[in-house]
Ligand binder design. Structure first.
Ligand SMILES: Cc1cc2nc3c(=O)[nH]c(=O)nc-3n(C[C@H](O)[C@H](O)[C@H](O)COP(=O)(O)OP(=O)(O)OC[C@H]3O[C@@H](n4cnc5c(N)ncnc54)[C@H](O)[C@@H]3O)c2cc1C
Length: 408
């Protein structure tokens, strides 16, 4: 695989990258997925971020497609691997999800390269020719015809020279608490209240999400602000600070909340939870106005209805947590840049402003965006240029796979 050439190279194996790789391979492309860590799923697995939200609103799903099916089939085959996929989400067991994503990707013929950090891009004219990676094998070049940037941080596009804007929200290290006596536990909101009333809250409020195993819960509570998610020293400092916070949170829960007396930290997330970093600038920058108005586009390739949610001091007044009146479309133009004929963006790094990003960055849209990016990358192999790829055939293919593109 090293120093090789592929039809499609997917950079990053989070939810969106994995879906892109699966969808491109299903279309017949020879696909290599390059991931720096040891598993697929990104934030959903290595980041211990659960539940996977938000699939619909007002009683109807606005996201369907292969991602939803993948989760439903995992639950059918492995009862207890996740809670049911409903309009809000499922909460998945990260280990089951890692294996499911891996097995489905392999079954579709995706080649996986773990333990490989993408560190640069070789550019010729308007095309990325290759990406540079560093691994235990040293430095290598991976040549591709189409590249999908699914790194969350937009690493590939930025290394190639695409324009980016930087946004910054609080950084969180998720952790999994086990050993909870659920029968003795108060309701979830009551746990949050008891936690808060036990003393000054050092960090943000406690958001607890039950794991499919009843004695365990994912904790979204640690947070540091004003750390640069693209600076290795800041990332190190944030990790250390958040891990210390996690232990303090546990101590408080054990002391003040019934049912937590014997609770323990089963795991702090192997990957730090970065909400926001680079927004690659595409042909259309999805805006807060697009999202609030529930706007639709001729080239809609995915829908989303997740609440707007800008954390802490990054909220300039428009981004305080609130639900949307209707779902909105994500145009294909937010997945491609003006500069590159063979780069497609997906997941957290698509072209969106600060407010739109706070909604669309979630994982249910990530499944849908990934599937669209993957099919588009395969179609671009024969079309030649991702920027003027006809979107009707892409939309038709997405619909064949159950994607929802029309407003509810
Ligand atoms: C604390 C926190 C709480 C959240 N809560 C929720 C929630 O409740 N519900 C929800 O749906 N969403 C939530 N989100 C948002 C969501 O988890 C992420 O935005 C989403 O998972 C991003 O998916 P992605 O595929 O774009 O990127 P990621 O999941 O970040 O995947 C990117 C992948 O690329 C790899 N990668 C990155 N750079 C490189 C490189 N240079 N070389 C090689 N590999 C690389 C990474 O290792 C990773 O596997 C939360 C996020 C955070 C941080």
């Amino acid at each position: 695989m090293l120093n090789s050439e592929h039809d499609v190279i997917v950079a990053g194996g989070g939810i969106s990258g994995t879906m892109a790789a699966i969808a491109a391979a299903r279309e017949g492309a020879d696909v290599l997925l390059v991931e720096r860590y040891t598993a697929l799923g990104g934030m959903a697995t290595l980041g211990l971020v659960q539940p996977i939200t938000t699939w619909g609103r007002g009683g109807s799903f606005v996201i369907g497609g292969s991602g939803k099916r993948l989760l439903e089939e995992m639950i059918e085959r492995h009862p207890g691997s996740a809670t049911a996929v409903n309009h809000y989400g499922p909460s998945c067991d990260a280990e089951h999800l890692k294996r499911e994503l891996e097995q489905v990707a392999l079954a579709h013929g995706v080649r996986l390269l773990y333990h490989a950090w993408i560190t640069g891009a070789e550019v010729g004219g308007e095309r990325v020719q290759a990406i540079r990676i560093v691994s235990k094998s040293g430095e290598s070049l991976l040549r591709g015809r189409v590249f999908v940037d699914a790194t969350g941080d937009g690493d590939l596009a930025a290394f190639a020279g695409a324009p980016v804007e930087i946004g910054s929200q609080g950084i969180t290290l998720m952790f999994l608490v086990s050993g909870i006596d659920r029968d003795r536990c108060p309701e979830t909101t009551e746990i949050g209240r008891m936690y808060k009333e036990a003393g000054p809250v050092n960090y943000r409020g406690l958001a607890l999400f039950w794991h499919p195993r009843p004695d365990s819960a994912y904790m979204n509570v640690t947070e540091v602000e004003h750390h640069d998610a693209l600076d290795v020293e800041d990332l190190t400092a944030a990790t250390i600070a958040c891990r210390d916070q996690a232990w303090r949170v546990l101590e408080r829960l054990r002391e003040h909340v019934p049912g937590f007396e014997q609770a323990y930290i089963a795991q702090t997330a192997p990957a730090l939870g970065v909400r926001e970093s680079r927004h690659v600038q595409g042909l259309h920058v999805l805006s807060g106005e697009d999202v609030e108005a529930g706007r639709d586009f001729e080239d809609t390739i995915a829908r989303a209805s997740c609440p707007v949610d800008v954390h802490g001091s990054a909220n300039d007044g428009r981004g305080a947590y609130h639900g949307l009146k209707r779902s909105y479309g994500v145009p294909y133009r937010s997945l491609v840049t003006a500069q590159f004929a063979n780069v497609i963006l997906t997941g957290r790094c698509i072209s969106a402003d600060h407010v739109a990003h706070s909604s669309v960055r979630r994982m249910a849209p990530g499944f849908a965006l990934g599937e669209a990016a993957g099919i588009a990358s395969a179609q671009a192999l024969s079309h030649g240029d991702v920027r003027d790829l006809p979107t009707a055939p892409l939309q038709a293919r997405l619909r064949e796979h159950g994607a929802i593109l029309d407003p509810e």
